[in-house]
Design a protein around this ligand. Structure first.
Ligand SMILES: Nc1ncnc2c1ncn2[C@@H]1O[C@H](COP(=O)(O)OP(=O)(O)O)[C@@H](O)[C@H]1O
Ligand SMILES: [Mg+2]
Length: 213
């Protein structure tokens, strides 16, 4: 089972958006058993799953906030994990225990970039990450034209050896997809092709050995 966790201590940076879209991608593009575990009490990923049309490729819901991974289908090929904000210290260590691949979404604002720098440093100090048993990458999310701003982030992450693996634009397509229980790859292509294109480096990374310890 491949376990991919989306995490950042900051709220509203796109954790649930990434988690649901990664789950949607593997469910629809792979003939795979996909489970989506939601550790966030807000339950955005579980709400998304509840909206998912029954004719779409099934994704198994795991109410991890209330039940942990006890009810996880052990036959899953992919486990995608959505996490709560404010994961620090021992809680962060506990969360990372579940993952072999970690994706950190970051908004391109100075405040978010600063916080993300600290969070990534904290993440890299977790024993499991230090021992290289987890691979970490950053996704710049809701990017507009402000290229300058994440240049700063990239420079910083470069020193930490954490790649910025993809840049996703700010678009209503994510809102549209979320409200229909779909991923961006499951929207009509004429609508979402720019986003599917932006997802390419991320899915390539997730599908490759580079994202696995
Ligand atoms: N690339 C994007 N373009 C437009 N809206 C986005 C994008 N990413 C996230 N959002 C919106 O931003 C809000 C916060 O995203 P969410 O995934 O819930 O963050 P988190 O789970 O980290 O709190 C949601 O309303 C979501 O629809
Ligand atoms: Mg969320």
């Amino acid at each position: 089972m491949r376990t991919i966790m989306v995490i950042n201590a900051k709220g509203g940076c796109g954790k649930s958006t990434l988690a649901t879209n990664i789950a949607g991608y593997f469910a629809s593009n792979w003939d795979a058993v996909v489970s989506l575990a939601d550790f966030d009490p807000q339950g955005s990923s579980l709400d998304w799953l509840a909206k998912r049309p029954p004719e779409r490729d099934k994704i198994h819901a795991v109410d991890a906030h209330n039940e942990g991974l006890r009810h996880l289908d052990r036959n899953s090929d992919f486990l995608i994990v959505d996490s709560p904000a404010r994961s620090h210290g021992s809680e962060l260590t506990q969360m990372v225990r579940h993952a072999e691949t970690v994706v950190v979404p970051v908004l391109p604002s100075p405040i978010d970039i600063n916080a993300a720098g600290k969070f990534v440093q904290e993440l890299l100090d977790v024993g499991k990450v230090e021992r290289k048993e987890v691979k970490v990458a950053v996704v710049a999310n809701r990017v507009r034209e402000n290229l300058l701003i994440y240049e700063e982030l990239e420079k910083f992450l470069d020193t930490l050896k954490v790649p910025v693996i993809a840049r996703l634009r700010d678009t209503q397509n994510y809102i549209r997809a979320y409200s229909r229980g779909l991923g961006i790859h499951e929207l009509p292509e004429y609508l979402s092709w720019p986003d599917q294109e932006q997802w390419e480096p991320l899915v390539k990374w997730l599908e490759s050995k580079r994202s696995q310890p």
